[in-house]
Write a protein that binds this ligand. Structure first.
Ligand code: ATP
Length: 439
Protein backbone atom coordinates (compact mmCIF):
# COMPACT_ATOMS: atom_id res chain seq x y z
CA UNK A 1 0.00 0.00 0.00
CA UNK A 2 2.61 2.55 -0.96
CA UNK A 3 1.68 5.85 -2.46
CA UNK A 4 3.66 8.87 -3.52
CA UNK A 5 3.15 11.92 -1.41
CA UNK A 6 5.17 14.79 -2.83
CA UNK A 7 5.32 16.87 0.32
CA UNK A 8 7.05 14.08 2.18
CA UNK A 9 9.77 13.66 -0.37
CA UNK A 10 10.39 17.40 -0.28
CA UNK A 11 11.05 17.12 3.41
CA UNK A 12 12.88 13.92 3.25
CA UNK A 13 14.63 13.78 -0.11
CA UNK A 14 16.29 10.49 0.64
CA UNK A 15 13.15 8.59 1.38
CA UNK A 16 11.57 6.46 -1.26
CA UNK A 17 7.80 6.43 -1.54
CA UNK A 18 6.61 6.77 2.04
CA UNK A 19 4.23 4.31 3.52
CA UNK A 20 0.73 5.63 3.31
CA UNK A 21 -1.63 4.23 5.88
CA UNK A 22 -5.06 4.68 4.49
CA UNK A 23 -7.43 3.12 6.86
CA UNK A 24 -10.97 2.30 6.00
CA UNK A 25 -12.38 2.69 9.42
CA UNK A 26 -15.34 1.23 11.09
CA UNK A 27 -16.61 2.96 14.22
CA UNK A 28 -13.47 2.60 16.26
CA UNK A 29 -15.17 3.10 19.59
CA UNK A 30 -17.67 0.34 19.29
CA UNK A 31 -15.41 -1.98 17.36
CA UNK A 32 -12.12 -1.97 19.13
CA UNK A 33 -12.78 -4.13 22.14
CA UNK A 34 -14.22 -6.86 20.01
CA UNK A 35 -11.83 -6.47 17.08
CA UNK A 36 -8.49 -5.86 18.79
CA UNK A 37 -6.56 -9.09 18.74
CA UNK A 38 -3.86 -7.78 21.03
CA UNK A 39 -3.35 -5.37 23.88
CA UNK A 40 -1.36 -2.17 23.39
CA UNK A 41 1.49 -3.82 25.29
CA UNK A 42 1.52 -6.76 22.90
CA UNK A 43 1.45 -4.53 19.81
CA UNK A 44 4.40 -2.50 21.16
CA UNK A 45 6.32 -5.41 22.70
CA UNK A 46 10.08 -5.08 22.48
CA UNK A 47 9.90 -1.66 20.80
CA UNK A 48 8.46 0.74 23.36
CA UNK A 49 10.19 0.83 26.76
CA UNK A 50 8.35 -0.87 29.56
CA UNK A 51 8.12 2.24 31.74
CA UNK A 52 6.32 4.09 28.95
CA UNK A 53 3.87 1.23 28.44
CA UNK A 54 3.22 1.13 32.18
CA UNK A 55 2.40 4.84 32.14
CA UNK A 56 0.12 4.31 29.13
CA UNK A 57 -1.69 1.55 30.99
CA UNK A 58 -1.96 3.69 34.11
CA UNK A 59 -3.85 6.34 32.17
CA UNK A 60 -6.14 3.80 30.56
CA UNK A 61 -4.54 3.06 27.19
CA UNK A 62 -4.87 -0.70 27.41
CA UNK A 63 -6.34 -1.73 24.09
CA UNK A 64 -5.20 -0.13 20.84
CA UNK A 65 -7.76 1.61 18.69
CA UNK A 66 -8.16 0.02 15.28
CA UNK A 67 -5.97 2.69 13.74
CA UNK A 68 -3.24 2.10 16.33
CA UNK A 69 -3.39 -1.64 15.86
CA UNK A 70 -2.84 -1.23 12.13
CA UNK A 71 -0.32 1.59 12.22
CA UNK A 72 1.94 0.76 15.15
CA UNK A 73 3.77 -2.17 13.52
CA UNK A 74 4.71 0.13 10.62
CA UNK A 75 5.51 3.14 12.78
CA UNK A 76 7.60 1.12 15.22
CA UNK A 77 9.59 -0.43 12.38
CA UNK A 78 11.05 3.04 11.75
CA UNK A 79 9.58 3.61 8.29
CA UNK A 80 8.61 7.05 7.07
CA UNK A 81 4.90 7.18 7.26
CA UNK A 82 1.86 9.27 6.37
CA UNK A 83 -0.66 8.61 9.11
CA UNK A 84 -3.94 9.45 7.49
CA UNK A 85 -6.79 8.44 9.75
CA UNK A 86 -10.02 9.88 10.95
CA UNK A 87 -10.32 12.48 13.68
CA UNK A 88 -10.29 11.02 17.18
CA UNK A 89 -8.81 7.70 16.09
CA UNK A 90 -5.80 8.08 18.38
CA UNK A 91 -3.04 9.35 16.09
CA UNK A 92 -1.33 11.25 18.91
CA UNK A 93 -0.72 8.15 21.02
CA UNK A 94 0.36 6.21 17.92
CA UNK A 95 3.07 8.68 16.94
CA UNK A 96 4.12 9.33 20.55
CA UNK A 97 4.73 5.63 21.10
CA UNK A 98 6.98 5.72 18.01
CA UNK A 99 8.79 8.71 19.47
CA UNK A 100 9.42 6.82 22.71
CA UNK A 101 10.58 3.78 20.82
CA UNK A 102 13.10 5.89 18.87
CA UNK A 103 14.78 7.92 21.59
CA UNK A 104 17.69 6.95 23.75
CA UNK A 105 16.77 7.92 27.31
CA UNK A 106 20.42 8.08 28.40
CA UNK A 107 21.42 10.60 25.74
CA UNK A 108 21.29 14.31 26.33
CA UNK A 109 20.24 15.80 23.01
CA UNK A 110 17.12 16.77 21.09
CA UNK A 111 16.05 13.47 19.54
CA UNK A 112 12.41 13.98 18.62
CA UNK A 113 10.70 16.99 17.11
CA UNK A 114 6.93 17.23 16.91
CA UNK A 115 5.67 20.16 14.86
CA UNK A 116 2.11 21.33 15.47
CA UNK A 117 0.08 24.10 13.83
CA UNK A 118 -1.35 25.74 16.94
CA UNK A 119 -0.42 26.48 20.52
CA UNK A 120 -3.53 24.69 21.78
CA UNK A 121 -2.72 21.46 19.99
CA UNK A 122 0.88 21.78 21.20
CA UNK A 123 -0.27 22.04 24.82
CA UNK A 124 -2.30 18.88 24.42
CA UNK A 125 0.42 16.85 22.73
CA UNK A 126 2.98 18.00 25.31
CA UNK A 127 0.67 16.94 28.10
CA UNK A 128 0.24 13.42 26.74
CA UNK A 129 3.97 13.15 26.01
CA UNK A 130 4.81 14.24 29.57
CA UNK A 131 2.36 11.77 31.05
CA UNK A 132 3.98 8.95 29.09
CA UNK A 133 7.53 10.11 29.76
CA UNK A 134 6.96 10.62 33.50
CA UNK A 135 10.45 11.60 34.63
CA UNK A 136 12.37 9.48 32.15
CA UNK A 137 13.10 12.34 29.75
CA UNK A 138 12.32 16.00 29.18
CA UNK A 139 9.55 17.20 26.91
CA UNK A 140 9.77 20.88 26.01
CA UNK A 141 6.95 22.91 24.49
CA UNK A 142 8.00 25.76 22.19
CA UNK A 143 4.67 27.28 21.43
CA UNK A 144 3.73 30.69 20.12
CA UNK A 145 3.23 33.19 22.91
CA UNK A 146 4.63 31.04 25.67
CA UNK A 147 8.06 31.16 27.22
CA UNK A 148 8.85 28.94 30.12
CA UNK A 149 11.47 29.79 32.72
CA UNK A 150 13.62 27.04 31.36
CA UNK A 151 13.43 28.36 27.78
CA UNK A 152 14.06 31.91 28.94
CA UNK A 153 17.23 30.93 30.73
CA UNK A 154 18.50 29.27 27.56
CA UNK A 155 17.71 32.23 25.41
CA UNK A 156 19.45 34.59 27.81
CA UNK A 157 22.72 32.74 27.68
CA UNK A 158 22.89 31.20 24.26
CA UNK A 159 22.91 34.41 22.12
CA UNK A 160 26.24 35.41 23.65
CA UNK A 161 27.89 32.52 21.93
CA UNK A 162 29.84 33.34 18.80
CA UNK A 163 31.29 30.95 16.36
CA UNK A 164 34.08 29.98 16.30
CA UNK A 165 34.08 29.76 20.05
CA UNK A 166 36.37 31.97 22.12
CA UNK A 167 37.41 31.35 25.73
CA UNK A 168 34.57 33.42 27.08
CA UNK A 169 32.08 31.51 24.95
CA UNK A 170 33.48 28.23 26.13
CA UNK A 171 33.00 29.49 29.67
CA UNK A 172 29.39 30.37 28.90
CA UNK A 173 28.88 27.10 27.13
CA UNK A 174 30.08 25.35 30.24
CA UNK A 175 27.49 27.28 32.21
CA UNK A 176 24.84 26.22 29.72
CA UNK A 177 25.87 22.62 29.98
CA UNK A 178 26.23 22.49 33.74
CA UNK A 179 23.78 24.94 35.13
CA UNK A 180 21.15 25.28 32.50
CA UNK A 181 18.82 22.43 31.93
CA UNK A 182 20.02 19.74 29.61
CA UNK A 183 18.52 19.83 26.14
CA UNK A 184 15.10 18.20 26.09
CA UNK A 185 14.83 14.82 24.41
CA UNK A 186 11.51 15.75 22.85
CA UNK A 187 10.43 19.14 21.55
CA UNK A 188 6.82 19.99 20.67
CA UNK A 189 6.85 23.20 18.65
CA UNK A 190 4.92 25.55 16.46
CA UNK A 191 6.89 26.60 13.39
CA UNK A 192 7.39 30.26 14.41
CA UNK A 193 8.68 29.44 17.89
CA UNK A 194 10.92 26.71 16.56
CA UNK A 195 12.45 29.19 14.08
CA UNK A 196 13.14 31.69 16.85
CA UNK A 197 14.95 29.16 18.99
CA UNK A 198 16.95 27.83 16.06
CA UNK A 199 17.99 31.36 15.08
CA UNK A 200 19.19 31.86 18.65
CA UNK A 201 21.09 28.62 18.40
CA UNK A 202 19.41 27.46 21.54
CA UNK A 203 19.86 23.85 20.55
CA UNK A 204 20.83 21.65 17.68
CA UNK A 205 18.55 19.46 15.62
CA UNK A 206 21.41 17.38 14.22
CA UNK A 207 20.58 14.47 16.47
CA UNK A 208 16.85 14.39 15.72
CA UNK A 209 15.94 10.78 15.08
CA UNK A 210 12.25 11.21 14.58
CA UNK A 211 10.25 14.09 13.14
CA UNK A 212 6.47 14.26 13.42
CA UNK A 213 4.40 16.89 11.65
CA UNK A 214 0.89 16.84 13.07
CA UNK A 215 -2.02 18.28 11.07
CA UNK A 216 0.42 18.27 8.18
CA UNK A 217 -2.05 19.54 5.60
CA UNK A 218 -2.69 22.61 7.73
CA UNK A 219 0.99 23.43 7.84
CA UNK A 220 1.34 22.79 4.12
CA UNK A 221 -1.54 25.18 3.55
CA UNK A 222 0.73 28.07 4.53
CA UNK A 223 3.64 28.71 2.17
CA UNK A 224 5.39 30.78 4.86
CA UNK A 225 5.30 27.92 7.35
CA UNK A 226 6.41 25.44 4.70
CA UNK A 227 9.42 27.50 3.66
CA UNK A 228 10.48 28.14 7.28
CA UNK A 229 10.09 24.49 8.14
CA UNK A 230 11.90 23.32 5.01
CA UNK A 231 14.79 25.65 5.83
CA UNK A 232 15.03 24.36 9.38
CA UNK A 233 14.79 20.75 8.42
CA UNK A 234 17.20 20.79 5.52
CA UNK A 235 19.81 23.02 7.18
CA UNK A 236 19.77 21.68 10.69
CA UNK A 237 18.77 18.06 10.55
CA UNK A 238 19.78 15.16 8.34
CA UNK A 239 16.78 13.68 6.55
CA UNK A 240 18.61 10.44 5.84
CA UNK A 241 19.03 9.55 9.48
CA UNK A 242 15.58 10.25 10.82
CA UNK A 243 12.13 8.77 10.62
CA UNK A 244 9.51 11.22 9.35
CA UNK A 245 5.84 10.88 10.23
CA UNK A 246 3.06 13.05 8.85
CA UNK A 247 -0.30 12.91 10.59
CA UNK A 248 -3.69 14.30 9.68
CA UNK A 249 -7.29 13.34 9.18
CA UNK A 250 -7.47 15.35 5.99
CA UNK A 251 -4.62 14.91 3.63
CA UNK A 252 -5.45 16.39 0.23
CA UNK A 253 -6.35 13.93 -2.52
CA UNK A 254 -7.42 11.43 0.10
CA UNK A 255 -10.46 13.00 1.65
CA UNK A 256 -12.81 10.67 3.34
CA UNK A 257 -15.32 11.49 5.95
CA UNK A 258 -15.58 9.73 9.25
CA UNK A 259 -19.23 9.05 8.62
CA UNK A 260 -19.22 5.95 10.78
CA UNK A 261 -18.07 7.94 13.74
CA UNK A 262 -20.79 10.54 14.00
CA UNK A 263 -24.24 9.14 14.23
CA UNK A 264 -26.18 12.16 13.02
CA UNK A 265 -25.45 15.08 10.81
CA UNK A 266 -28.28 17.53 10.79
CA UNK A 267 -28.94 20.61 8.78
CA UNK A 268 -31.23 23.30 10.01
CA UNK A 269 -32.33 25.72 7.36
CA UNK A 270 -33.14 29.14 8.74
CA UNK A 271 -32.62 32.79 7.92
CA UNK A 272 -29.63 34.64 9.31
CA UNK A 273 -31.86 36.58 11.68
CA UNK A 274 -33.35 33.42 13.13
CA UNK A 275 -30.02 31.79 13.79
CA UNK A 276 -29.48 32.76 17.42
CA UNK A 277 -32.95 31.63 18.44
CA UNK A 278 -32.69 28.44 16.43
CA UNK A 279 -29.38 27.70 18.11
CA UNK A 280 -30.92 28.25 21.53
CA UNK A 281 -33.84 25.93 20.68
CA UNK A 282 -31.41 23.27 19.53
CA UNK A 283 -29.38 23.53 22.71
CA UNK A 284 -32.51 23.19 24.81
CA UNK A 285 -33.70 20.28 22.73
CA UNK A 286 -30.50 18.23 22.48
CA UNK A 287 -29.45 16.16 25.44
CA UNK A 288 -25.84 17.13 25.15
CA UNK A 289 -22.96 16.32 27.47
CA UNK A 290 -20.90 19.17 26.09
CA UNK A 291 -20.84 21.05 22.83
CA UNK A 292 -18.80 23.35 20.64
CA UNK A 293 -20.45 26.12 18.63
CA UNK A 294 -18.26 27.08 15.70
CA UNK A 295 -18.51 30.65 14.54
CA UNK A 296 -16.54 32.28 11.73
CA UNK A 297 -13.59 34.50 12.50
CA UNK A 298 -14.34 38.20 12.15
CA UNK A 299 -13.36 39.74 8.80
CA UNK A 300 -10.90 42.63 8.66
CA UNK A 301 -13.64 44.77 7.17
CA UNK A 302 -15.99 44.10 10.04
CA UNK A 303 -13.16 44.80 12.52
CA UNK A 304 -12.45 48.14 10.84
CA UNK A 305 -16.12 49.01 10.97
CA UNK A 306 -15.93 48.54 14.74
CA UNK A 307 -18.43 45.68 14.85
CA UNK A 308 -18.18 43.15 17.66
CA UNK A 309 -17.03 39.70 16.52
CA UNK A 310 -19.75 37.14 15.93
CA UNK A 311 -18.21 34.93 18.61
CA UNK A 312 -18.86 37.66 21.18
CA UNK A 313 -22.40 38.16 19.94
CA UNK A 314 -23.19 34.44 20.21
CA UNK A 315 -21.41 34.16 23.55
CA UNK A 316 -23.25 37.13 25.09
CA UNK A 317 -26.54 35.90 23.70
CA UNK A 318 -26.11 32.45 25.24
CA UNK A 319 -24.89 33.87 28.52
CA UNK A 320 -28.15 35.77 28.89
CA UNK A 321 -30.61 33.25 27.44
CA UNK A 322 -29.29 29.71 27.93
CA UNK A 323 -30.76 28.24 31.11
CA UNK A 324 -29.24 24.77 30.95
CA UNK A 325 -26.57 23.32 33.22
CA UNK A 326 -23.55 23.71 30.95
CA UNK A 327 -20.97 26.47 31.35
CA UNK A 328 -20.89 28.88 28.43
CA UNK A 329 -17.28 29.65 27.45
CA UNK A 330 -15.52 31.62 24.73
CA UNK A 331 -12.38 30.91 22.71
CA UNK A 332 -11.22 33.09 19.84
CA UNK A 333 -7.99 34.08 18.06
CA UNK A 334 -7.86 37.64 19.34
CA UNK A 335 -7.92 36.64 22.98
CA UNK A 336 -4.50 36.93 24.57
CA UNK A 337 -2.65 33.73 25.20
CA UNK A 338 -3.44 33.64 28.91
CA UNK A 339 -7.15 34.07 28.28
CA UNK A 340 -6.98 31.35 25.65
CA UNK A 341 -5.15 29.05 28.01
CA UNK A 342 -7.70 29.72 30.75
CA UNK A 343 -10.62 29.00 28.45
CA UNK A 344 -8.92 25.85 27.29
CA UNK A 345 -8.16 24.55 30.77
CA UNK A 346 -11.63 25.47 32.05
CA UNK A 347 -13.36 23.18 29.60
CA UNK A 348 -11.38 20.16 30.66
CA UNK A 349 -13.48 17.80 32.70
CA UNK A 350 -16.60 19.99 32.90
CA UNK A 351 -19.87 20.19 31.00
CA UNK A 352 -19.45 23.11 28.62
CA UNK A 353 -20.80 25.01 25.68
CA UNK A 354 -17.76 26.43 23.99
CA UNK A 355 -18.25 29.22 21.48
CA UNK A 356 -15.18 29.23 19.28
CA UNK A 357 -13.69 30.12 15.93
CA UNK A 358 -11.88 27.45 13.94
CA UNK A 359 -9.04 27.73 16.39
CA UNK A 360 -10.71 24.82 18.22
CA UNK A 361 -11.28 22.79 15.09
CA UNK A 362 -7.89 21.11 14.78
CA UNK A 363 -6.55 18.57 17.20
CA UNK A 364 -8.61 19.89 20.12
CA UNK A 365 -9.30 16.85 22.25
CA UNK A 366 -12.23 17.33 24.61
CA UNK A 367 -13.60 13.79 24.66
CA UNK A 368 -16.85 14.77 26.42
CA UNK A 369 -17.93 16.84 23.39
CA UNK A 370 -21.10 15.16 22.16
CA UNK A 371 -22.48 17.91 19.92
CA UNK A 372 -21.06 20.24 17.33
CA UNK A 373 -22.99 23.23 16.03
CA UNK A 374 -21.83 25.08 12.96
CA UNK A 375 -23.40 28.46 13.52
CA UNK A 376 -22.65 29.02 9.88
CA UNK A 377 -20.97 26.91 7.24
CA UNK A 378 -17.21 26.57 7.49
CA UNK A 379 -15.19 27.82 4.54
CA UNK A 380 -14.14 24.46 3.19
CA UNK A 381 -15.06 20.82 3.38
CA UNK A 382 -11.80 20.16 5.19
CA UNK A 383 -12.77 22.67 7.87
CA UNK A 384 -16.13 20.91 8.13
CA UNK A 385 -14.35 17.62 8.62
CA UNK A 386 -12.11 18.92 11.39
CA UNK A 387 -14.91 20.75 13.19
CA UNK A 388 -17.01 17.58 13.10
CA UNK A 389 -14.10 15.56 14.36
CA UNK A 390 -14.18 17.35 17.71
CA UNK A 391 -16.98 14.99 18.67
CA UNK A 392 -17.13 11.21 18.70
CA UNK A 393 -13.73 11.10 20.37
CA UNK A 394 -14.34 8.81 23.32
CA UNK A 395 -13.07 5.40 22.37
CA UNK A 396 -15.48 2.62 23.35
CA UNK A 397 -18.29 5.07 24.24
CA UNK A 398 -21.86 4.71 23.08
CA UNK A 399 -22.84 8.32 23.65
CA UNK A 400 -24.81 9.70 20.70
CA UNK A 401 -22.94 12.43 18.91
CA UNK A 402 -24.18 14.87 16.33
CA UNK A 403 -23.10 17.67 14.05
CA UNK A 404 -25.69 20.32 13.27
CA UNK A 405 -25.17 23.06 10.72
CA UNK A 406 -27.31 26.15 10.43
CA UNK A 407 -27.59 27.25 6.84
CA UNK A 408 -29.75 29.61 4.82
CA UNK A 409 -31.74 28.42 1.80
CA UNK A 410 -29.15 29.72 -0.64
CA UNK A 411 -26.29 27.96 1.18
CA UNK A 412 -27.74 24.53 0.54
CA UNK A 413 -25.61 23.99 -2.53
CA UNK A 414 -22.42 24.65 -0.55
CA UNK A 415 -23.34 22.03 2.01
CA UNK A 416 -24.19 19.67 -0.85
CA UNK A 417 -20.69 20.25 -2.24
CA UNK A 418 -19.18 19.34 1.15
CA UNK A 419 -21.35 16.24 1.27
CA UNK A 420 -20.16 15.17 -2.16
CA UNK A 421 -16.56 15.85 -1.35
CA UNK A 422 -16.57 14.15 2.05
CA UNK A 423 -19.11 11.50 1.13
CA UNK A 424 -21.60 11.98 3.89
CA UNK A 425 -25.26 12.73 4.00
CA UNK A 426 -27.07 15.36 6.05
CA UNK A 427 -30.67 15.16 7.11
CA UNK A 428 -32.75 18.27 7.31
CA UNK A 429 -34.25 19.27 10.64
CA UNK A 430 -37.71 20.70 10.29
CA UNK A 431 -38.74 23.80 12.14
CA UNK A 432 -42.13 22.34 13.08
CA UNK A 433 -40.61 19.28 14.70
CA UNK A 434 -38.32 21.53 16.67
CA UNK A 435 -41.06 23.74 17.92
CA UNK A 436 -43.30 20.76 18.62
CA UNK A 437 -40.54 19.40 20.76
CA UNK A 438 -40.12 22.68 22.59
CA UNK A 439 -43.78 23.03 23.50
N1 ATP B 1 -5.81 3.12 22.90
C1 ATP B 1 -6.61 4.04 23.44
N2 ATP B 1 -7.44 3.70 24.46
C2 ATP B 1 -8.26 4.62 25.03
N3 ATP B 1 -8.33 5.92 24.64
C3 ATP B 1 -7.54 6.29 23.62
C4 ATP B 1 -6.63 5.39 22.97
N4 ATP B 1 -5.96 6.07 22.02
C5 ATP B 1 -6.41 7.33 22.06
N5 ATP B 1 -7.36 7.48 23.00
C6 ATP B 1 -8.13 8.71 23.31
O1 ATP B 1 -8.89 9.03 22.14
C7 ATP B 1 -9.03 10.44 22.03
C8 ATP B 1 -8.63 10.88 20.62
O2 ATP B 1 -7.24 10.67 20.41
P1 ATP B 1 -6.33 11.72 19.58
O3 ATP B 1 -6.51 13.11 20.08
O4 ATP B 1 -4.96 11.18 19.50
O5 ATP B 1 -7.01 11.60 18.14
P2 ATP B 1 -6.46 12.13 16.74
O6 ATP B 1 -6.51 10.98 15.80
O7 ATP B 1 -5.14 12.83 16.93
O8 ATP B 1 -7.59 13.18 16.37
P3 ATP B 1 -7.48 14.56 15.51
O9 ATP B 1 -7.23 14.18 14.09
O10 ATP B 1 -8.83 15.15 15.70
O11 ATP B 1 -6.39 15.37 16.14
C9 ATP B 1 -8.17 11.06 23.12
O12 ATP B 1 -9.00 11.45 24.18
C10 ATP B 1 -7.24 9.93 23.55
O13 ATP B 1 -6.86 10.05 24.91
Amino acid sequence: MAAAFPASSAFNPNCSAPFMLRLRLRPHRAGVAAVAAATLREVCAGRVPDHVLLRAEDVGYLVPTEMQEQSLPVLLSGQDCVLHAQTGSGKTLAYLLSVFSAIDFDRSSVQALIVVPTRELGIQVTKVARVLAAKSCTVMALLDGGMLRRQKSWVKVVPFLRFPLHCYDVFLLTIVVHFQAEPPAIIVATVASLCQMIERRAFSLQSVKILVIDEVDFIFGSSKQVSSLRKILTSYSAASSRQTIFASASIPQHNRFMHDCIQHKWTKICTKKERLNVLLSLLERDALKSGIIFVAEQSERSKKAGNPPLTTIVFEFLKSTYKGSLDVLLLEEDMNFNARATSFSEVKGRGFLLVSTDIASRGFDLPQTSHIYNFELPKTATDYLHRSGRTGREPFSKVECSVTTLITEDEQFVLQRFQNELKFHCEELHLESMFTFNL
